[in-house]
Design a protein around this ligand. Structure first.
Ligand code: ATP
Length: 444
């Protein structure tokens, strides 16, 4: 694919997202707010489906995982303890002429030459810019009331480590999982959902004995890979990058970045890090609370070590949309469709009456729709415009199956079911419809 073609793929996805209610620009009617995006009705459904699948895979289907939902606002000492107040920074560099700001590590060559990539003017010296959003808690605005919006969900997990141990007495290894918002005042938010200032993370801190970290690191490496498959990302688009010592976060002894082939380059989708006992040890020292883990069999007390798989939800959604975007010729017309894995589609099955102005057809179609909805299918009803237009709309949101109620239905209780990818239609008996749909939308 040429660069122009690839860049236009992102533009096409952005435009489809707006047109079909997946994602809108944040605060759009006021000209937007850089680095923020709002999910519309289809986007929320996709997002909820992905988080539900993640939670089922990594929490509910396992017996060694504990889910939490911690507060976004946390005591400022949390961030002091793990070095974020000092060090959660990115190198900022500014052009002395056009005043554009860049992340120095994103424009390494130009930064070395001190030449602005936008106007060719002289770049100033890089300085460290702290990315945490600061606010004040309570009525007094002074240094004692400073709080930060969390820049990662991980610390909400570490500060609850003792609570989970005290309530559930889990045996090592075990994990604590959380899905929630994180905030970073990114210097250059860009590439749609890829780099935003408010985003969602799905994170796990998996506590292990120090001498077992390598084995669990490998296991989680496989779990992350399997997850990318389960959401339909082609293996050829997912890459593992062993992060060099100098590029790793200060707390990490080993990191693998899972990168995805985005149209704007191969970039981090997820991270897998061995955080040692850095966080638990730092919080124990700063809070003076004993955070040692006691082995119930041997009575031994020690600091657990941690493997952290970290999944960005918004980057997941972007990768899934890019992977699914397709164009083809169907019935001599060009069409756009989302080849979403059926179990992720915001609408699993859409129901249409062939004609809007025939009450018998509408009534029957409504009954089919109501019955599917009662059975908990993500169903939609559409009688707007001609049938071709309805198919196009459903194709663009990735609906795998469209059911049409026509005159034959009124005679023999059969409907046509159209497959999104092939455009082919089959007649299916109404009393076999549930099974027919289930076989096609539930992953094998
Ligand atoms: P990058 O190098 O791209 O800035 P990071 O290494 O700082 O990312 P982590 O701190 O490892 O990212 O965060 C874990 C995950 O959270 C990332 O793999 C990514 O999926 C997601 N994430 C991080 N920053 C952003 C952001 N600004 N917008 C959207 N998702 C993000």
């Amino acid at each position: 694919m040429t660069k122009e073609r690839e860049i236009s793929l992102l533009e096409r996805v952005v435009s489809l997202c707006k047109r079909r209610g997946f994602v809108y620009q944040g605060s759009e009617i006021y000209g937007g707010l850089a680095g923020t995006w709002d999910y519309g009705p289809m986007g929320v459904r996709l997002k909820n489906t992905i988080t539900k699948l993640w939670w089922k895979t990594f929490v509910d289907d396992r017996s060694d995982m504990y889910g939490i939902d911690a507060a976004i606002l946390m005591n400022a000492n949390v961030w002091k303890a793990v070095g974020h107040v000092e060090g959660f920074t990115d190198p900022l560099i500014e052009c002395t002429k056009c005043k554009h700001r860049f992340r120095a590590d994103h424009i390494r060559e130009r930064a070395e030459k001190k030449m602005c990539p936008t106007c060719g003017g002289a770049l100033g010296d890089p300085r460290q810019f702290n990315m945490m959003f600061e606010t004040n808690v309570g009525a007094v605005r002074d240094s004692s009331s400073i709080a930060y919006l969390r820049p990662e969900t991980a610390q909400g997990i570490f500060v609850n480590f003792k609570n989970i141990v005290d309530s559930f007495h889990p045996k090592l290894p075990f994990g604590i999982a959380q899905i929630g918002k994180a905030f970073r005042n990114e210097i250059t938010p860009r590439d749609f959902l890829f780099r935003t200032r408010e985003f969602e993370q799905m994170e796990i801190e998996y506590f292990v004995k120090e001498n077992e970290w390598e084995q669990y690191f490998e296991l989680w490496r496989k779990h992350v890979r399997d997850w990318t498959k389960s959401i339909g990302l082609a293996a050829k688009n997912v890459h593992e990058l062993e992060v060099e010592t100098g590029d790793r976060a200060h707390y990490s002894k080993r990191t693998i970045d899972f990168e995805y082939s985005f149209p704007f380059g191969r970039k981090e989708l997820y991270g897998l890090a061995y955080r040692t006992d850095f966080d638990v040890r730092s919080h124990a020292a700063a809070s003076s609370v004993d955070l040692n883990y006691q082995d119930l069999d041997t009575g031994e007390r020690f600091m657990p070590h941690v493997i952290e798989p970290s999944f960005g939800l918004d980057r997941t959604i972007l990768a899934v949309l890019l992977e699914s975007y397709a164009e083809d010729e169907l019935g001599s017309e060009t069409r756009v469709y989302l080849k979403l894995p059926a179990h992720l589609a915001p609408v699993s099955v859409a129901v249409f009456p062939l004609l809007k102005n025939k009450p018998d057809l509408v009534k029957k179609a409504r009954a089919v729709f109501d019955s599917l909805r009662k059975q908990d299918f993500a169903a939609a009803f559409d009688d707007n415009g001609n049938i071709g237009k309805r198919y196009r709309r459903q194709d663009e949101i990735g609906t795998p199956l469209c059911v049409t109620v026509d005159f034959t239905t009124l005679e023999d209780d059969t409907v046509t079911v159209r497959d999104r990818d092939s455009g082919k239609q089959e007649r299916v008996k109404l009393d076999e419809l549930t099974l027919y749909i289930e076989e096609r939308i539930v992953p094998a």
